[in-house]
Write a protein of this length. Structure first.
Length: 182
């Protein structure tokens, strides 16, 4: 099995495990030891719970490979998720034209989600960003510019959800994809 395939399988299995509270490595099955829950939090908007987010790192907390798992608490159309992603990308400084292009691409594969369903995005420098819905691969976007914008929605210092960012990162630095000094 290739290293990348093992990485993707390990992270995917880790993010699909129920996340009620942070787990330490001793509670993970042996084959998932390298996947570490770095942090988790809930996005609430006007008192409504939107989704629970969990941020995972593979290997050490300085690893460039990571995953973000969103467990939705409300139902949304794929189009509304894509549109919101575009708006959030613009807020962190992505030019309107580029954000719109990525938004159109997201619209082609993001599914409608029901309460309790998950969308997971995994980043690897060699693979780019791989998206999963309920554990099934739905798309892959190569390159390093898209993940900076997409994951920046939650991890960029200019995010519109600074408390969630803090909850996801905990006491550690963001992934090396974000060149922020720690």
């Amino acid at each position: 099995m290739t290293t990348i395939r093992f990485f993707l399988m390990t992270v995917l299995l880790a993010v699909l495990m129920p996340v009620c509270a942070a787990r330490d490595a001793a509670e993970l099955p042996d084959h998932l030891i390298s996947a570490t829950l770095q942090g988790s939090g809930r996005l609430t908007w006007w008192g409504l719970n939107v989704y629970d987010a969990s941020f995972y790192r593979v290997g050490s907390l300085s690893s460039p490979e990571f995953a973000l798992d969103l467990r939705y608490q409300k139902s949304f159309s794929g189009r509304s998720i894509a549109n919101r992603s575009v708006e959030e990308m613009k807020k962190i400084g992505v030019p309107d034209t580029q954000a719109a292009l990525w938004g159109r691409e997201l619209t082609t594969f993001l599914p409608n989600v029901e309460s309790g369903q998950t969308l997971t995005a995994i980043y690897s420098p060699k693979q780019g960003t791989v998206f999963y819905h309920e554990g099934k691969k739905i798309a892959q976007i190569s390159g390093s510019e898209f993940p900076k914008a997409f994951f920046g929605i939650w991890l960029d210092p200019k995010t519109s959800v600074p408390k969630l960012r803090s909850d996801l990162l905990g006491q550690t630095c963001p992934p090396p994809l974000f060149t922020e000094a720690c």
